[in-house]
Design a protein around this ligand. Structure first.
Ligand code: NDP
Length: 449
């Protein structure tokens, strides 16, 4: 067998790459990882983690407003964007150090420079050094897609939104997916004027229609404007620095301080040298892999967003872990992609697992749908009358719960727990046999009749 410098060379120190590195090293493999930006990847550095901190921070605006109904007088409350931004940045620094320590304590060597593939067993670092490895794992993630229109260079993406010099007064968000709805909620809560513009007539494609409808109505009531079937046609920068945003079918421009484009993310494979190992990319630039994350080159593997299957951190982590076990611990594990719970940290948040009502109607002969449309107790004394909505989708023939969909306070936290029941294949009757935990919102899950 040829002698390689490393048993595993990982390109990309994000969620999937770091997990694979750590586990492979714990199995005794000689592992190195290269990262051109910062250790931690999208989720830690410019995604899930800093986004969630902004969601928490901005939701205080509602909480402070609601507090009056509970007897509190809060005088002089004010918000400081720079303080929040810098706090978030320092927490990202802390997490990056923690991820780096994980690599160090597992004796994973790391290179802070770009690496590309120079052959089936060869990686080339930006410095020019070539390194040989028995296995190469590509875990470089994805990158925001910005549709081309005149003035698109004036727009920002989720990469830049965490570093704004000041809180924008007027925000236009292009797209109505995860990132768009989460940041629309953040800026709306922080009292910016927010307009969401989307190419289609819907938000959050893929989620249950009842949740999407509820979120749309609540966010409109909270002051978010929408322009549907109206993608951006051009953006013009004005002398005073503000942006005029022209969207399809609307002769009058929107005026904005920032335009956040959130129209999906594409695998970051440009210039990666995959062709030197005979790997052909898929239509969206993704690396095609089989269920073991094997590419068409026997020594090269890929996990996470770069494979463009499910762009979620916990999925990348599972894939990276399974691969490391398979390569260095003799297992033959695959990742189960069924019933993956997911959430949108909009305000209010929504979450779901399993089949939506529409999907279940297509796939099953007869289904039963149970819903609960309720006013969360905490909202009772508040000025707003926002209601939560839960839905159970059940196979009429077997009584098995096929899907659970929730919008309302803490929906993602509750959904994670109920996803275990759905994954376990429990029936509606078994849900009903569980005694309610009162008073809670989650009790609705066992009280729907
Ligand atoms: P999404 O795929 O969620 O949404 C993309 C949005 O952009 C849709 O509204 C879509 O419209 C619109 N769109 C797509 N292409 C174009 C185009 N060419 N021109 C105009 N509009 C377009 O992407 P995001 O960027 O929001 O997020 C990327 C991924 O990151 C998500 O898919 C998710 O996997 C992950 N993510 C997960 C989060 C979470 O788990 N909470 C949070 C943030 C991101 P339409 O669908 O109406 O056609």
């Amino acid at each position: 067998m040829a002698d390689f410098e490393y048993d595993l060379f990982v390109i990309g120190a994000g969620s999937g790459g770091v997990r694979a590195s750590r586990i492979a090293a714990s199995h005794g493999a000689r592992v190195a990882v290269a990262e051109e930006f910062r250790v931690g990847g999208t989720c830690v550095i410019r995604g899930c983690v800093p986004k969630k901190l902004l969601v928490y921070a901005s939701s205080f605006a509602h909480e402070l407003g609601d507090a009056a109904g509970f007897g509190w007088t809060i005088e002089g409350a004010k918000f400081d964007w720079a303080a929040l931004r810098d706090f978030v940045a320092s927490d990202v620094d802390r997490l990056e150090r923690a991820y780096t320590n994980t690599l160090d304590s597992n004796k994973v060597e790391h290179f802070h420079e770009r690496a590309t593939i120079a052959g089936p067993n060869t990686v080339r670092l930006a410095s020019g050094r070539e390194i040989s490895a028995r296995h190469i794992l590509v875990a470089v993630g994805a990158w925001p897609v910005v549709p081309q229109f005149p003035g698109s260079e004036h727009c920002i993406t989720s990469n830049e939104v965490f570093h704004l010099p000041e809180l924008p007064r007027r925000v236009v968000v292009q797209g109505a997916g995860y990132i768009a709805m989460e940041f629309a909620g953040v800026f709306n809560a922080l009292a910016s004027q927010v307009t969401v513009v989307n190419r289609s007539d819907q938000i959050l494609r893929g989620y249950d229609e009842s949740l999407r409808d509820r979120l749309l109505r609540i966010t409109m009531a909270r002051g978010i404007d929408y322009r549907f079937n109206s993608p951006i046609e051009r953006v013009e920068k004005q002398a005073d620095g503000c942006l005029h945003v022209y969207t399809k079918g609307h002769p009058d421009p929107l005026t904005a301080d920032i335009v956040l484009v959130a129209t999906g993310r594409r695998p970051k494979t440009d210039g990666l040298g995959l062709e030197t190992a005979g790997i052909a990319l898929g239509a969206n630039g993704e690396i095609p892999v089989n269920e073991f994350n094997a590419t068409s080159c026997p020594s090269i593997w890929a996990v996470g967003d770069v494979t463009d299957r499910v762009q979620l951190t916990p999925v990348a982590i599972r894939e990276g872990h399974a691969l490391a076990d398979n390569l260095f611990a003799g297992t033959s594990r695959t990742v189960d992609y069924s019933l993956i719970p997911s959430a949108v940290f909009s305000q209010p948040p929504l979450a779901g697992v399993g089949l939506t009502e529409a999907q279940a109607r297509e796939q099953f002969r007869e289904i039963k749908v149970f819903t609960s449309d309720f006013r969360p107790m905490k909202n009772m004394f508040a000025q707003h009358a926002e209601r939560g909505f839960y839905k159970l989708v059940v196979d009429a023939a077997t009584d098995q719960v096929l899907g659970v969909h929730m919008i309302g306070p803490e929906a993602p936290e509750i959904l994670q727990a109920v996803a275990i029941a759905v994954k376990a294949g429990l029936t509606k009757e078994q849900f009903d046999q569980t005694i309610a935990l009162h008073p809670s919102m989650a009790e609705e899950l066992v009280l729907m009749r």
